[in-house]
Design a protein around this ligand. Structure first.
Ligand code: WQD
Length: 337
């Protein structure tokens, strides 16, 4: 079966994608610099699938090491690229770190793929490229808005780089625009490992329920939404991981309709912060302490995906519910004691 390189493969979405690739019979090579994860995630992946992925600790900012990698692994048939910095707030404080880590590495990777005739490429993009879209649900044809952060800008620039490169090479690329990935594998062996104070909603919710945080601050109760709190499309990370295996198969079979395709990967359902809290309490039978405070700078009111294109072209749709995802996030949190 085809050998696939997964960069950032020990990260939150990367590790879940490695598991699903192995479940589909792919051979997997992981590159990770371990800057935002730990090596024991590798053993956890093996304990889930009983299959050992190859692993190379490598910093994609070091171009010679990518060249050596492709000389060592000559039979790579596709690349799924997760490795990037992803903290929105940090990107505002350290823009050059984000442009260097997210853009330079993408360029080096694409250069070495082209040089080694590795043409199938899946890029980890984000609904953040849309900013506050004018129409809900959001389709792939919605325009890019001015990025709210350097992080969001690196996703917009990344897609443009890939699109331009695919026009002058044999690159066949797919960008998957994730909405809000949440949850953990049903074995609770892998999940989201937030380092420090969680910036994202669900890790903060589970840490509050675990008594690690006093209470959740709900950022804004005055949005123009039914209950005043902001709306997002929360997708189970396992559904998201499966979208990657489906997309890679599409490229390997040559079923792609153009050399650069983009797909929105969400559930198609919007949930407000208060709805998430209620669903969490129902799914876990835990009471959550929270208070509504002022809005967070840079947040948008609502975003949820139109998933018809992914359903029609990828034959993929999310199968797991918000409650499934929240219950899995809580089960994972309980293992982190
Ligand atoms: C979700 C909602 C907050 C924390 C960002 C990136 C996106 C992706 C996911 C990387 C918002 C509210 C949050 C809290 C809260 N990043 N919230 N209290 O901002 O939609 O998306 O993270 O891949 O690209 O843009 O996700 O989880 O931070 O926030 O009320 O303590 O929860 O205001 O409405 P976001 P989030």
């Amino acid at each position: 079966m085809s050998k696939i390189l997964v960069t950032g493969g020990l990260g939150f979405i990367g590790s879940h994608t490695v598991v699903e690739l192995q479940n589909e019979g792919f051979e997997v090579v992981i590159i990770d610099d371990l800057s935002n994860t730990t090596i024991d995630v590798l053993d956890k992946i093996i304990s889930i699938t009983d299959k050992k992925p190859l692993f190379e600790k490598l910093d994609l900012k070091d171009k010679p090491s990518i060249q050596q990698f492709f000389m060592k692994h000559k039979d790579i048939e596709g690349v799924i690229h997760f490795a990037a910095s992803k903290a929105v707030g940090e990107s505002v404080e350290k823009p050059l770190k984000y442009y260097h880590n997210n853009i330079s590495t993408l360029i080096y990777l694409l250069e070495e793929m082209t040089a080694n005739k590795v043409n199938n490429f899946i890029f980890s993009s984000s609904c953040t490229v849309y900013g506050q879209a004018d129409t809900m649900p959001i389709t792939e044809s919605a325009p890019f808005k001015t990025a709210e952060s350097p992080y969001g800008n690196t996703k917009q620039i990344g897609e443009e780089i890939i699109s331009d490169a695919s026009k002058v090479s044999n690159l066949n690329a797919i960008a998957l625009r994730y909405f809000n990935p949440i949850g953990a594998h049903k074995t609770t062996k892998i999940g989201e490992l937030p380092i420090g104070v969680p910036q994202n909603l669900i890790p903060y919710v589970t840490q509050t329920a675990a008594g690690m945080r006093k209470e959740l601050s709900v950022f804004g109760g005055d949005y123009p939404t039914p209950d005043g709190t902001a709306v997002r499309d929360y997708i189970h990370v396992v559904d998201l991981a499966k979208a990657h295996t489906v997309a890679m198969k599409r490229l390997l079979k040559g079923d792609n309709k153009s050399n650069f395709e983009v797909f929105n990967i969400g559930t198609g359902k919007g949930s407000s912060v208060l709805e998430v809290i209620k669903a969490f309490e129902k799914a876990t039978n835990k009471k959550l302490n929270y208070k509504i405070v002022e809005r967070r700078e840079g947040d948008i009111t609502e975003a949820y995906a139109d998933t018809t294109y992914a359903q029609s072209e990828l034959k993929w749709k999310a199968e797991l519910s918000l409650e499934d995802a929240l219950a899995s996030a809580w089960n994972w949190q309980e293992t982190l004691k």
